[in-house]
Design a protein around this ligand. Structure first.
Ligand code: FYN
Ligand code: ADP
Length: 596
């Protein structure tokens, strides 16, 4: 192996290859290949065609070379947003989304997104350049010095560092396999600056690359586990299915629908599983959620964990007498991770495998004479649904001045119904919770939101990725606070001319905008923003369309125009600053509320 000088030549800004008299291209003999090229070839070989990132030392040249090599490089204004984009691209495509950052601070900015990907089971690879190992390890104060692998490891499914050009193929293969196989997650890949200009024999280099074969192998469930699950489900008087975002990720849409319909079991979708079956499906029990959870006697979880979002499978949400009461309900859980079962309450019938294989095995075993659930159960749910839907219809029919969440979201609901292929990105507190229950989804993987962590800041990163990956129209419904975390990426939307329509539900603050500082001090309450902020002008600053909407009619016409033009659009939908409650529907998680 020939190693070139150790200075990070990665920052050289050559736009056209420099060919010397001795036949070297960019200082590299034609019989040799460098780290840059090997990284690019390894990505291409594995079908990775889009990189989300932010250039700088030592990866600037890599971004140029990636673009020149035909990959799409989407450059952001902050690495966290690039990271969120990569992670959601992974969720949408079942290919690891790649985020590329500079060393230390850039890496750390991307790390939140990596941790979020791991938590949400999204396949993602964070690739960061890093400083000189020798200097970093002796803590001699290198430029952007940091032991990035050590820091990434607890937040990732796996973390690797490649020191030698001939190991790039293995490093990339290990990263791809770790991100995709089993339970998907975030992987960190550390590429020190010295690696990029390293050269090795071209033939050796080509041979060192690995095209990963079957990166997410099917995991077939054991037949007795399937049988146990079916027997339990068959014995149920009040069965329920809960669909989670794992089910959406699995892309086993037709089989999941067939299982739900053949068994006739009512189902509740978790937030990002909305639309896996259309929300208008007659078996959806979403509008009777707080009735079916405590009442169900056997619950089938498909790609949904019994974490906080499902009150850990116990306590009052599930009809228990105390928060610790497990109750006597039985659970069947389909999950790719064998360790998921019993994480919160006993799982009576774990079915371990990939959702496609598990659901298809169950379908194969149930035949055509599966007994429909007792009519008493179905009628009770229907009755509950009718009541809740009537309540919702009444709330949506009101037309107050100023707008409230319902009157604004009634418009979004109609627009999504008319554009079922559009992707809905959603974040906030009240803006999230109201949108989830008001806006029906009709197709799988069309709703992308704050996920397992309730993280704020995914809005623009998810929107960019959703538009880039799918080519579909994106609608981002944002709380005014949530939007602030990634708002600068409106420039990115304009730069790439993406069909994203942002609707900011603007009530002047976090949760609501009418709080005052009761101390008499000079500062505003920590929860409020500048009143009457003109967010739409931010979009206009970069050449997009900005609209101020104070009525449902104005909001409707602006959204319709955005769908028609496909121009980056920001609609500042002004709602009553008194609208909203603390933390939306999870007020009870605030420590003071818990104490009461
Ligand atoms: C739902 N509902 C409906 C409908 N769909 N009514 C009528 N029609 C339709 N189509 C009803 C449903 O029955 C519930 O009423 C209510 O609307 C809310 O439904 P949802 O959203 O399914 O249920 P809930 O209780 O809010 O769900 C719990 C949750 C969810 C924890 C899974 O809140 C969630 O995903 N939260 C994420 C919160 C978060 O991350 N926030 C970000 C940080 S905010 P009832 O049945 O009467 O209860 C920081 O401050
Ligand atoms: P939600 O928040 O919607 O309830 P979670 O993120 O809690 O969803 O759960 C997703 C679950 O799906 C995880 O436990 C994960 O292991 C599982 N999962 C992800 N992909 C697959 C797959 N292809 N097959 C089986 N299980 C999967």
């Amino acid at each position: 192996m020939v190693e070139t000088a150790t200075k990070p030549a990665a920052t050289t800004a050559e736009d056209t290859p420099k060919v010397t008299r001795s036949g070297e291209i960019n200082g590299q003999s034609q019989g040799e290949i460098d780290g840059f090229q090997l990284i690019i070839d390894a990505l291409k070989l594995n079908g990775i065609d889009t990189i989300f990132g932010l250039p700088g030392i030592p990866i600037t040249d890599l971004t140029r070379k990636l673009q020149r090599a035909g990959l799409r490089v989407i450059s952001f204004r902050h690495e966290q947003n690039a990271g969120y984009a990569a992670s959601i691209a992974g969720f949408m495509t079942q290919k690891p989304g790649v985020c590329l950052t500079v060393s230390a601070p850039g890496f750390l900015n991307g790390l939140t997104a990596l941790a979020n990907a791991t938590t949400n089971c999204f396949p993602m690879i964070l690739i960061s350049g890093s400083s000189e190992r020798e200097i970093v390890d002796l803590q001699q104060g290198d430029y952007e010095e940091m032991d990035q692998v050590a820091i990434a490891r607890p937040h990732a499914k796996a973390a690797f560092r490649v020191l030698h050009a001939e190991d790039i193929g293995v490093g990339m293969a290990r990263a791809i396999r770790a991100a995709l196989s089993g339970r998907p997650g975030g992987v960190y890949l550390d590429l020190p600056a010295k690696l990029f200009p390293q050269t090795i024999d071209a033939e050796l280099g080509r041979k060192s690359l690995i095209k990963v074969v079957d990166p997410a192998p099917r995991q077939i469930p054991a037949p007795d586990a399937v049988q146990r699950a079916l027997e339990l489900l068959k014995s149920a008087k009040r069965p329920l299915i809960i669909l989670g975002k794992g089910a959406a990720y699995a892309q086993a849409d037709a089989d999941i629908r067939a299982l739900v319909e053949k068994t006739g079991i009512p189902y509740v979708p978790m937030s990002m599983a909305k639309g896996l079956l259309p929300d208008t499906h007659e078996q959806s029990a979403a509008a009777a959620r707080s009735y079916v959870l405590p009442e169900a006697d056997v619950v089938l979880l498909i790609g949904a964990r019994l974490n906080w979002l499902l009150s850990h499978g116990k306590g009052k949400t599930w009809g228990g007498k105390s928060p610790k009461d497990w109750g006597d309900r039985k659970f069947v859980q389909i999950d790719i991770s064998p360790q998921e079962a019993d994480s919160n309450v006993p799982i009576d019938a774990p079915v371990v495998g990939d959702i496609g294989s598990c659901v298809s095995a169950m379908l194969g075993a149930i035949g055509s004479n599966w007994p429909k659930p007792p009519a008493e159960w179905l009628n009770a749910i229907a009755e509950r649904k009718i009541k809740n839907v009537a309540k919702m219809t009444e709330a949506l029919a009101n037309n107050p001045t100023p707008m409230n969440f319902h009157s604004a979201l009634n418009v979004v609901r109609d627009i999504v119904k008319a554009n079922p292929d559009a992707i809905l990105v959603n974040e906030g507190a009240n803006a999230l919770d109201f949108t989830r229950s008001i806006v029906d989804m009709y197709k799988p993987r069309k709703r992308l939101d704050v996920g397992t962590w309730g993280v704020m800041g995914i809005g623009m990163g998810f929107s960019v990725a959703a538009a880039v990956v799918s080519g579909e129209q994106v609608i981002a419904v944002e709380g005014d606070s949530a939007f602030g975390f990634s708002g600068m990426e409106v420039e990115t939307l304009c730069r790439y001319n993406l069909p994203v329509c942002i609707v900011i539900l603007n009530n002047n603050g976090v949760y609501r905008g009418d709080e005052v500082n009761t101390t008499g001090g000079r500062d505003p309450s920590p929860l409020v923003f500048v009143k009457g902020a003109r967010y739409e002008k931010l979009m206009e600053a970069f050449g997009g369309v900005g609209v101020l909407a104070t009525t449902p009619a104005e909001l409707r016409s602006a959204m319709q125009e955005a769908m028609r033009s496909r121009k980056p659009t920001l609609i500042n939908a002004v709602i009553d600053e008194k609208a909203g409650t603390e933390s939306g529907r999870i007020t009870s998680l605030n420590p003071t509320a818990k104490k009461k």
